[in-house]
Design a binder for this molecule. Structure first.
Ligand SMILES: *[C@@H]1O[C@H](CO)[C@@H](O)[C@H](O)[C@H]1NC(C)=O
Ligand SMILES: *[C@@H]1O[C@H](CO)[C@@H](O)[C@H](O)[C@H]1NC(C)=O
Ligand SMILES: *[C@@H]1O[C@H](CO)[C@@H](O)[C@H](O)[C@H]1NC(C)=O
Ligand SMILES: *[C@@H]1O[C@H](CO)[C@@H](O)[C@H](O)[C@H]1NC(C)=O
Ligand SMILES: *[C@@H]1O[C@H](CO)[C@@H](O)[C@H](O)[C@H]1NC(C)=O
Ligand SMILES: *[C@@H]1O[C@H](CO)[C@@H](O)[C@H](O)[C@H]1NC(C)=O
Length: 506
């Protein structure tokens, strides 16, 4: 018990000795039997507690070293500048606590001194021990309080720093954003200025164009005015001409009326002449007129087609013939005519020699008459054809005649032209006439019997205008129909045929 108390006192002494470094010390010596106890205690009046506290406070290591040093020198004026006010207060509190502790220790010392003097060591030892434990506990409490405060302080600092950095970050972002906006605005401004430049350029060009086209427009307007004047002048001229034209038309119709009157007069005169001619034709034989052919009659002044009498050369025979006074100037003596199939042409040699039918209709004039007529002077032959569709064509021969019956009425036709085929459809010169009863052709067959009628058949040749008159067209090939090969092929199916002659020198 005595040893423990001694140890405790030794520790307390040591603690107090370190706490009062550099200060004055007070030694207390206690005699207890054989043992002597010495206590070294600090002066109560010059106590510096703050340094002891800070040395043992390991939690204060993150505080700035300057502040620590200044705090250790205990200069409140400078510390106040460096630390926030609450910290200062805290320090003041701590100081006062230390002061209190010191006071308390002084009390304790006094108490101990009293106890020692009273000689009640046991009591004193126990008391000291208890007091020391309480004191240690209090110190520990103080330390933990201080650590707590420091932690709180650090937290606050951290929060402030956090806020500050956040604000800084935001500020940075804002500044970046602002920069971007500024750049954008700059670009827009440049664009606007460029557009303005372009606009002014376009305006200049527009002005230039207006100026240029304005001149052109002016010129065109002048031209237009000139043209309008010209048109007006022309219109006046045209109306003037129209007036003249109306006058001319009146004059012209007047002339036409005069012409009509003259034509009437001429026709009356011609009629009178015809009347006189008719009288002469119908005159008795004792006063005959020698018209050789229709050309003679035409030359005598008769222009109407119809039946007239002619006298053959070296003969007193008068022959009734049909004269065509219209075709190609007129004067044609008709040798053959077919128009409706009313007369049969399938006849013998003698009938063809003498002729048949009526000259006013279908007929064959007769081979003897044809021979006599065409051999008396040079004649040309005109063959007129018309098909069922109404198409007309002709074949013309500048020179035509037939020989006498001794030579079987051999054919002579030359100088071909016309529209009824490019080639002549008449047989060659020298072809003899054949009938069903007189076969003079160059075929072993009998062409007149095969083809019907009487004609200048060769073998049997490309033509036969005296074939059978078929009233309607047919696709059947008929060898015995009317034929003019080089116009319409084997079947002509003509509705009209006419053979007529006129002097070649007409
Ligand atoms: C110091 O002692 C006084 C009076 O004894 C008391 O009012 C005060 O609160 C004490 N201070 C501390 C920090 O314990
Ligand atoms: C700031 O505090 C928030 C939460 O309060 C936390 O998420 C964030 O990471 C902190 N920032 C910094 C830089 O410490
Ligand atoms: C009409 O004819 C008459 C004479 O017949 C002539 O004097 C007049 O100028 C003619 N008029 C016209 C418009 O030709
Ligand atoms: C044929 O024509 C003639 C006159 O050209 C005429 O007299 C006759 O009656 C006609 N015959 C027929 C059958 O039409
Ligand atoms: C007409 O008769 C004369 C004398 O008889 C003769 O010379 C002449 O050739 C004859 N004319 C004709 C066309 O036959
Ligand atoms: C004319 O025909 C007959 C018989 O048809 C013939 O005997 C005669 O010789 C012919 N005449 C000529 C010149 O060929």
């Amino acid at each position: 018990m005595g040893r423990l108390l001694a140890l405790t006192f030794a520790y307390l002494a040591h603690l107090l000795a370190t706490a009062t470094t550099g200060s004055e010390r007070q030694q207390h010596r206690v005699q207890h039997g054989r043992c002597t106890y010495t206590f070294i205690l600090p002066e109560v009046e010059h106590c510096h507690t703050s340094k002891d506290f800070q040395v043992t406070n390991t939690l204060q290591r993150d505080s700035p070293p300057d502040a620590e040093a200044e705090a250790s020198q205990f200069e409140p004026g400078e510390a106040q500048k460096e630390r926030p006010s609450w910290q200062e207060r805290k320090l003041v509190n701590l100081e006062s606590a230390m002061e209190n502790n010191t006071q308390w220790l002084q009390k304790l010392e006094n108490f101990i001194q009293q106890n020692v003097r009273s000689g009640m060591e046991e009591m004193k030892r126990t008391a000291v021990h208890t007091q020391t434990a309480a004191m240690l506990e209090m110190g520990t409490n103080l330390l933990s309080q201080s650590a707590e405060q420091t932690r709180k302080l650090t937290d606050v600092e951290t929060q402030v720093l956090n806020q500050t950095s956040r604000l800084e970050i935001q500020l940075l972002e804002y500044s970046l954003f602002t920069n971007r906006l500024e750049k954008h605005i700059l670009l827009q401004t440049q664009e606007i200025s460029r557009l303005g430049d372009k606009n002014s350029f376009l305006e200049q060009r527009l002005l230039a164009l207006e100026a240029r086209y304005g001149k052109g427009l002016h010129g065109m307007q002048i031209e237009k005015q000139q043209l309008q004047e010209l048109v007006e002048r022309q219109s006046r001229l045209v109306s003037q001409l129209q007036g003249e034209l109306v006058g001319s038309t009146l004059n012209s119709s007047l002339l036409q009326r005069q012409q009509a009157v003259l034509t009437d007069t001429v026709q009356q005169l011609l009629a009178m002449v015809n009347h006189c001619n008719g009288k002469t034709v119908n005159m008795p034989k004792e006063n005959p007129l020698s018209f050789r052919d229709c050309a003679d009659i035409l030359r005598s002044g008769v222009t109407a087609s119809g039946l007239y009498g002619i006298r053959l050369p070296n003969s007193t025979q008068t022959v009734k013939v049909f004269c065509d006074m219209k075709t190609g100037g007129g004067g044609w003596t008709v040798l053959q005519h077919r128009s409706n199939g009313s007369v049969s042409f399938h006849r013998g040699w003698r009938e063809y020699k003498m002729g048949f039918g009526e000259p006013s209709g279908e007929h064959w004039l007769g081979n003897d008459i044809i021979h006599k007529l065409t051999s008396s002077q040079e004649y040309s032959l005109h063959v007129q054809l018309k098909d069922r569709e109404g198409n007309e064509a002709f074949s013309h021969y500048d020179r035509f005649y037939i020989e006498a019956e001794d030579n079987n009425y051999s054919l002579h036709a030359e100088g071909f032209s016309g529209t009824a085929g490019r080639t002549s459809s008449l047989s060659h010169t020298g072809t003899q006439f054949s009938t069903k009863d007189r076969d003079n052709d160059r075929c072993t067959c009998k062409c007149a019997q095969l083809a019907s009628g009487g004609w200048w058949f060769a073998a049997c040749g490309p033509s036969n205008l005296n074939g059978i008159y078929y009233p309607s067209s047919s696709s059947v090939v008929r060898y015995n129909g009317i034929k003019w090969y080089y116009w319409k092929g084997p079947n002509l199916m003509a509705t009209m045929t006419t053979m007529m002659v006129r002097p070649a020198n007409f």
